[in-house]
Ligand binder design. Structure first.
Ligand SMILES: [Zn+2]
Length: 363
């Protein structure tokens, strides 16, 4: 599974490069070719620089082609289905009713997550969205991050409006069940504190529920998303193996509330590409050797990259991830994700229109 994911993401990266390069090359070849002598004139010239013929017909043709291209680009933007989130930061909008989003991806980097991150989201009535996904948590006892299956619900409170009031949404995310986190021996061996204490294994169960209040606003060409999050983290059944002090078990359930937040922005770079940047807090589980407890605190996660649209329904997110727990840039990870939409709502309304017998032809 994991190997297939990696191969898929490599193919995607190559494909996106292939799409990028010819497009940027095409942008600077704007010339008028004289129909009489085939001489390549600059676009501003009224008459051919070689034979002196008028270039007005060529200008007209060039403008017509350009208009068609611009119209196609505008339609591409307006009809393109954009995931209602950045890399991980949510936006205060929801998927269209009955639209289904499938997201899959993987990570590259020495200390990268070994697991496949997948998501499925469904829009409900244009005001709500449900999502099932795996999310990563930062720990100091495993390589990469521990991943959790979660389910989430987002409700739109203030929709996009003509009074320029920022959109507002609230979302809840919860781990599906108690999740077992087990240490990697290589990580414990590489840590001098756990090594000195003779610790060979650490394990615990955890679950969490988070609530987000999200607002989105548009400032010039910048789309801004920001919010606050409250996360209730539970840890229980801690067990520590040490060849110096013997086994230690603490079944007691511990609870901690973490207040965090997030901010993200997106800029349209061209009709097919958006630049995205986000900064957010994530739960950071650190095993404390002295107190033999799991200290839960906020860590920062920063992600910067692009979202590229292959078509209206297919896009890829490519970004560089950095955690505040990383020691240096050698720990950073490159993550690739693929977003596929199944426009259930659009197909449904098309079908209804057709059966009602009044197919409308919009502009
Ligand atoms: Zn000419």
């Amino acid at each position: 599974m994991n190997r297939i994911t990696r191969q898929l993401t490599i193919i995607l990266a190559i494909a996106s490069l292939l799409v990028f390069v010819p497009e940027t090359a095409a942008q600077k070849t704007e010339v008028l070719i004289c129909t009489t002598c085939q001489y390549e004139n600059r676009i501003v010239h009224q008459y051919c620089g070689n034979c002196g013929e008028s270039l007005s017909d060529e200008h007209e043709h060039w403008q017509a082609v350009r208009q068609v291209m611009e119209r196609d680009f505008k339609r591409f933007i307006s009809e393109r289905i954009d995931p209602p989130k950045l890399f991980t930061v949510p936006a205060a909008r929801v998927l269209g009713s009955l639209d289904i989003r499938l997201t899959g991806g993987g990570a590259f980097g020495v200390a990268a997550d070994r697991s496949f991150l997948g998501k499925i989201g469904v829009g409900l009535g244009d005001i709500a969205e449900i999502e099932f996904s795996t999310v990563g948590m930062v720990t100091n006892i495993t390589r990469g991050s521990a991943t959790f299956p979660t389910s989430a619900f987002k409700l739109l409170l203030i929709n996009e409006n003509r009074w320029h009031i920022p959109t507002l949404a609230v979302s809840f995310r919860s781990s599906a069940d108690w999740q077992d986190v087990q240490s990697d021996k290589t990580v414990l061996d590489a840590n001098s504190a756990t090594q000195d204490a003779g610790i060979t294994a650490v394990g615990y169960d955890t679950r969490f529920t988070e609530m987000n209040v999200i607002t989105s606003a548009q400032l010039w060409s910048l789309n801004l998303h920001a919010g606050v999050s409250l996360t209730d983290v539970r840890v229980r059944d801690l067990s520590v193996e040490s060849y110096l002090s013997g086994p230690y078990v603490d079944p007691e359930e511990k609870q901690k509330n973490l207040l965090g937040g997030f901010i993200g922005f997106e800029i349209e770079s061209n009709p097919q590409t958006k630049l995205m940047f986000e900064l957010k807090t994530v739960s950071n589980y650190q095993f404390n050797v002295d107190t033999k407890e799991i200290d839960v605190s906020d860590a920062f996660l920063a992600i910067g990259g692009v979202r590229f649209f292959f078509s209206r329904w297919l896009s890829t997110d490519v970004g560089v991830w950095y955690h505040s727990t990383f020691k240096g840039i050698a720990d950073l990870q490159i993550k690739l994700g693929l977003n596929l939409f199944i426009p259930g709502g659009e197909l449904g309304s098309r079908f209804r229109r057709r059966s009602a017998g009044k197919g409308s032809s919009g502009p």
